[in-house]
Design a protein around this ligand. Structure first.
Ligand code: NDP
Length: 337
C-alpha cells in the first residue's frame, strides 16, 4: 500500500520535500466490531486548507496531521469491505480518506455514497464534492445574489472560483475574475464566460484595475485570497455589498499576515462580510446535487480539472496550489487503471 507521509511539521510555504512516498501493508478487511470501511482510493483532492494540517497550529479548526503518518484529505474511492450498515462492497463514495492506495476509514461521518455515475467520477473531488458545495453555499446562501449585480471573484479559475463565476453569470450578474496567468485569464473569459478578467500579477495596482472594471462599484465579492486584493475591493464596494470570505490563500503561508486597512468601508457602505466553513452546510448537499447535476448534463456549467497521475506526483500537485501551478481543480488520480 503506497502512501504519502508527512515528514515533519511545516512552517512557511509547503515543499514537496515535506512529504515522502513510502510502502506499507494494509488488511483489506474492515474490523467487524466497527463502523469502518476499507476503500480503494481512485482520486485525491488537493485543497489549500491542507497546509494548515501540515503545520503545528492549535488555533485551527481541524487537527494537524501526524508526522510519520499518511496525510488525509477529500477523495473518491471504491468500497472493498464494510462493517458500516450504509456502505456495501463496490459502492463508490467521496469524502475524507487517506493519501494512499487503500485506506481503512473509521470516521465515516464525512463519507457520501455516490449515486450518479453518468458524470466523470473525479467530479466528486470538485464540482460534485467539497469545492462545489463551497461555491454554492458562499454564492447563493451568503451573498444573496440578484440579477444585474456586479460580482468580483479572486482565484477565479480554481476549483471554487470557476463555479462562482458561472453561477453568477447564470444569475444574470456582471462578473469579473482575477487570476495569476494570462492562460487562466483566457479560460475565465472564453471557457467560463466571465465578462472580464485580469492577471493580478501583471496589474499590481488592484485599486486601479477594479475601478476600470467596476466604474459603478462591486455588489458581491467572493474572496478566495484575502490580503491586498481584499483591501482594494474594500475601496470599491457599493452600498449594501456582500463579501463571502471563503478563503485567504495569500495569507496562509505568511509568518505575519498582512494588515487590511480599508475596513471603514464596511460601516460606510453597510457591507455584510461573512466567513464560513463548508462542512457546516453538508445537510444542503442533496439540494445542491439537484441543482448542479442537470446543469452539468445540459452543459450549462463546465468544469476544468488538472489531473496529476499517480501518488508519486501528489506532493508536487498539492504544493503547486500555492504557486498557482494548477489550472482548474487539482486532482490526483490513483489506482485508476
Ligand atoms: P484553487 O483551485 O483556486 O487553487 C488555489 C489558487 O490560489 C492557485 O491556483 C492560485 O491561482 C491562487 N493563489 C495561490 N497563492 C496565491 C496568492 N498568494 N495570492 C493570490 N492567489 C493565490 O483552490 P480552491 O478553489 O480549492 O480554493 C480557493 C479558496 O477557497 C482558498 O482560499 C481555500 O482555502 C478556500 N476554501 C474555503 C472553503 C471553506 O469552507 N470556506 C472550502 C474550500 C476552499 P492564481 O494562479 O490565480 O494565483
Amino acid at each position: 500500500n503506497m502512501k504519502v507521509i508527512l515528514k515533519h511539521y511545516v512552517s512557511g510555504s509547503p515543499q514537496e520535500t515535506d512529504m515522502h512516498l513510502t510502502a506499507g501493508t494494509i488488511k483489506l478487511k474492515a474490523p467487524t466490531d466497527s463502523n469502518a470501511v476499507v476503500v480503494k482510493n481512485l482520486f485525491l483532492s488537493c485543497d489549500p486548507y491542507m497546509v494548515f494540517k501540515m503545520m503545528k497550529l492549535d488555533r485551527h479548526y481541524s487537527e494537524s496531521y501526524t508526522p510519520g503518518l499518511p496525510i488525509t484529505g477529500y477523495g473518491v474511492a471504491k468500497v472493498l469491505d464494510s462493517s458500516h450498515p450504509d456502505f456495501k462492497n463496490d459502492d463508490l463514495v467521496w469524502g475524507l480518506t487517506g493519501w494512499e492506495e487503500y485506506s481503512l476509514i473509521t470516521e465515516t461521518n464525512h463519507l457520501f455514497k455516490i449515486q450518479h455515475t453518468d458524470v466523470p467520477l473525479s467530479y466528486y473531488a470538485g464540482i460534485l464534492g467539497m469545492p462545489g458545495m463551497t461555491a454554492y453555499i458562499g454564492f447563493y446562501e451568503l451573498c444573496s445574489p440578484k440579477t444585474g449585480e456586479y460580482v468580483f471573484v479572486s482565484a477565479a479559475s480554481g476549483a471554487v472560483g470557476q463555479l462562482v463565476g458561472q453561477f453568477a453569470k447564470l444569475q444574470g450578474c456582471y462578473v469579473v475574475g482575477c487570476a495569476g496567468s494570462n492562460e487562466k485569464v483566457d479560460l475565465l473569459k472564453n471557457k467560463f464566460g466571465f465578462d472580464e478578467a485580469f492577471n493580478y500579477k501583471e496589474e499590481p495596482d488592484y485599486n486601479a484595475a477594479l475601478k476600470r472594471f467596476f466604474p459603478e462599484g462591486i455588489d458581491i465579492y467572493f474572496d478566495n485570497v484575502g490580503g491586498k486584493i481584499l483591501d482594494a475591493v474594500l475601496l470599491n464596494l457599493r452600498v449594501y455589498a456582500r463579501i463571502a470570505v471563503c478563503g485567504m490563500i495569500s495569507q496562509y503561508n505568511l509568518e505575519q499576515p498582512e494588515g487590511v486597512h480599508n475596513l471603514t468601508s464596511i460601516v460606510m457602505k453597510q457591507v455584510r462580510m461573512q466567513g464560513y466553513l463548508v462542512f457546516d452546510y453538508y445537510h444542503l448537499y442533496p439540494k445542491y446535487l439537484q441543482m448542479i447535476l442537470p446543469m452539468i448534463r445540459e452543459g450549462k456549467v463546465v468544469y476544468v480539472e488538472d489531473i496529476a497521475d499517480g501518488l508519486e506526483n501528489a506532493p508536487a500537485a498539492l504544493v503547486g496550489l500555492f504557486s498557482g501551478r494548477n489550472i482548474g481543480k487539482q486532482v490526483v488520480a490513483v489506482n485508476c487503471v
